[in-house]
Design a protein around this ligand. Sequence first.
Ligand SMILES: Nc1ncnc2c1ncn2[C@@H]1O[C@H](COP(=O)(O)OP(=O)(O)OP(=O)(O)O)[C@@H](O)[C@H]1O
Ligand SMILES: [Mg+2]
Ligand SMILES: [Zn+2]
Ligand SMILES: [Zn+2]
Length: 683
Amino acid sequence: MDTGNGKSLVDGVQQLEGYRVRRRHNTRHRSPPLRATTVSPGNGARKDPTEDIFKKIDAHSKTHHVSAWEGTFRDYLPLVIQNPKLAQLAHARLYDMVRSYGVELDEHGNERYPFFARELFGIDEALAKVVEYLKAAAMGSDVGKRILLLYGPPSTGKSQLVILLKRGLEEYTLTDEGAVYAIADCPQHENPLHLIPHALRKAFLDEYGISIEGELCPICSLNLREKYARDIYDVPVKRIVLSEKERIGIGTFVPSDPKSQDISELVGSIDLATVGEYGSESDPRAYRFDGELNIANRGMIEFIEMLKADERFLYILLTLTQEKNIKTGRFSLIYADEFVIAHTNEAEFKEFLADKKSEALQDRMIMVRMPYNLKVSAEIKIYEKLLRQASLDTIHIAPHTLEVAALLAVLSRLEEPKMAGLTLVKKMRLYDGQEVEGFRQKDVKLIKASTEREGMDGISPRFVINRISSSLIRPNTRCINPIDVLRAIKDGFDTHGSFKREDREKFDNLIADVRREYDEIAKNDVQKAFFVSFEQEALTLLDNYLDNVEAYLDEKKLIDPITEEERAPDEKLMRSIEEKVKVPESGKDAFRNEIFRKVAMAQRRGERFDYTTHEKLKQAIEKQLFEERRNTIKLTVSTRNPDPEQLRKLNKVIDTLVRKEGYCAECANELLKYVSSLLAREK
Ligand SMILES: Nc1ncnc2c1ncn2[C@@H]1O[C@H](COP(=O)(O)OP(=O)(O)OP(=O)(O)O)[C@@H](O)[C@H]1O
Ligand SMILES: [Mg+2]
Ligand SMILES: [Zn+2]
Ligand SMILES: [Zn+2]
């Protein structure tokens, strides 16, 4: 598969593999570090408790060790000619970095990037747009001359995305593929190839295929003249590692009070301490090239809450992206090569779009919408991640708790479907890749196309996590369950100022929807636990169903195994099972045929048909079984004074829930209580 840059996807992946293997290789062959602490006299066998951390640190510093390289421009030239990648510009480096983690294709054939997958879930479309931008910019298109602006509601992962790119870039420049070299004494760590005089650049391109853009900065020009007597060969060059902390190649700008914030934060300032020494404000030595834009040269700059910044700042940014120049103090324009990524919330973004004055700016931005994730399974992963970070792991979280919160959050973000027969809950399942009656995965595109601003409203992951945390820290809490969380979220709506009344009503209805979903889940868990010999009973029921289906399809009679009498297929039983998963009367033949084909296929392979591989049939069998046993269960669960036999059964159920389903004794008991109240209400 061609990915547009002449390299195949497979190449990309192999490259990555090579990179990983090499790293591992390094760690394996290092010699053990010398440490006095490992030898404790007379007790050689005991393991040093700090050993693990030493190992980890050693391994880390080994894999993150960059061969320090220092030389002159004369030494550097052969390096870059041999490996033109060293001369690549900022956008291309970022693009390669993202791809160095591999590229995958999703079920619709879209490229997906594992690089983001460790931290960001369910927002692939927005991420793909960011990568698309990087790709176009890397190939030299004009989009590289625009600012990338992420906009969306709170906590959609905008900041997280930028953090990932920054950390990724830092790590990448530690590897051989991502190596960066710079003029050693340049405050902007500029590209050493700027030393090549203009007159020679065309020849350089023709000969080595490396194109050079950009001029030496004022400091480097001065140094070249005075320190190195105009001999470019003598200029020192070194390998650098981009680092936000050390302000090398990665900058961040946070707007504060627009009136008082000084432009020098972006473009540096006159050094009052030395201006006397050099006699003139236009002497570059009397200027500090330490603005965020200066230091971000070769890498990237993040512009937080961009639209809160004063216009003066925005116009500097524009010149930078448009002309690749920074206007600094009294100097002529200074070349800079950096990826500008900005973010803002939606309210400010809308205001900005409506403002005629900002049209010039708007033209020079690529805007990427960052909506909330709309997949329940991804939403659960987000919560798991956030809870891990909050280290609240001493308290038990009952099974399905995060799932129920995720159901509610995702539902709150969806727009009411316009298609006939599609409910909000069905749409949610469809988006999560599940089978839904009457619709297919390929309808998802169409459904999404008919939405206006789906994912731009609703409950944020942060809100959910705050509510979960607040119920976790209540005194004497050892375990929280789905009902606790729904309650906590509801309380949150009622007290949280930012929800409007109609929103709250809508959310109340959604909570009712989610309760219905959870009721099914809860009953299902109890029913499964009740039949410890469930497997066997299910198989018996399945065999019975399949025998009947076979006879029905062949238009034959069944022989009763005991009386050996012939009898017609049991239509009532078959329909009862099928109706559990909403197979309509008109669709029963198709359903039966499909099941039977699968059975026959398994037989041909010499296997027994595994009904659990067919999600619909599995559900149908389980529900049927549950219904048949409903009364036994109801009696056992809801009785106030269980007899010894009932007590034994109940304890066994709790035991199964704990051992197999991840419950603790507390939430298992709560579950039984809950389900018994459900059953009591039903009939
Ligand atoms: N789709 C997602 N996948 C994984 N984590 C997410 C996702 N969306 C949000 N988060 C997590 O939620 C938290 C808040 O996200 P983040 O701070 O990046 O939001 P933001 O879009 O910058 O919000 P704000 O507009 O309020 O600054 C982070 O910890 C982030 O990792
Ligand atoms: Mg943010
Ligand atoms: Zn310089
Ligand atoms: Zn529990």
